[in-house]
Design a protein around this ligand. Sequence first.
Ligand SMILES: C[S@@+](CC[C@H](N)C(=O)[O-])C[C@H]1O[C@@H](n2cnc3c(N)ncnc32)[C@H](O)[C@@H]1O
Ligand code: SF4
Length: 286
Amino acid sequence: MDNECFTRQLFIKINEDNLAIFRCCYFTNYEENCQHIKFSELPESDEEFEKLINEKARIKPSTFRDLIPRVEKHCNVSCNLCYSEEPAMVMIHHFGCNLRCIMCAAGPIKPTEEMKKVHTRVLKVFKDVPLLFTTQQGEPFLEKKLIFELLENKKEGKIISTSNLTLLNDNDIEKLAQYKGKFSLISSIDSVSESIYCTMRTPANSNIYHKVISNFEKLASYGLIQENNITITQWNLDLEDLEKTFNWAKNLGVDTKFGVDSGNLKLLNDPVVLTLKEKYPNNWRI
Ligand SMILES: C[S@@+](CC[C@H](N)C(=O)[O-])C[C@H]1O[C@@H](n2cnc3c(N)ncnc32)[C@H](O)[C@@H]1O
Ligand code: SF4
């Protein structure tokens, strides 16, 4: 996926009463190519549901191709994948979460049963895309049973889940290890200092903190963590602490990706962030 165009990423956002489906890249705006389907318009039968979602997921030439001259003007990759219909990667936004992290929009939104049901159906439609991200906002292991079911039935491609690691027990980890190669995790430990971790990942307490650290160590020993995300916010903006977390993961064989709180883009110019960028230029998520 490394050299492939982001226009092949399909985003599915599950809102309160509708699904938003869009393809976008750095140079296009999602609203320009976004299609909404109201829950009330979704067919009951799984077959019809799959047909409808697949049809919407393909690039609509009439809308997307109009955007291509702009992409070509800015994009220096020229892979022409803008023209391809099949998504290479599907990211699902769901918003349900067991935590209420201080920088995240997912926490306060409680998904309804209907949203969860639609999420389950959408995940099944895309189970065989080359890369499936179970949830970009929200905690995928709230639907643990579904993830194991997807893994069991997945014939091709890979499932990646970004997770806070709070909901996994030893039994789950051993089961996940059986799917190595088909499954990997991106963990989100923004600090190995208990006090900073608990301040950011509310309402985490000492037990949750220790469980997450221990889960990370076990998962890393199985080679199941492809990277650790550190989201830099005003609460962990401390060079020493950020490097301590970076090195802790590295010693367990896991690379780090830094990103700044999207609600506080001023952080991009903070001296700590600038120093980290200089020292670790390849460890940033976009
Ligand atoms: C939204 S979470 C969803 C998956 C899972 N619940 C987790 O925490 O890993 C995905 C990633 O987005 C990061 N994130 C949350 N809020 C953010 C924000 N305001 N700006 C940038 N990244 C953010 C999280 O730290 C996490 O690494
Ligand atoms: S655990 Fe993930 S999705 Fe949940 S509130 Fe925290 S960052 Fe957001």
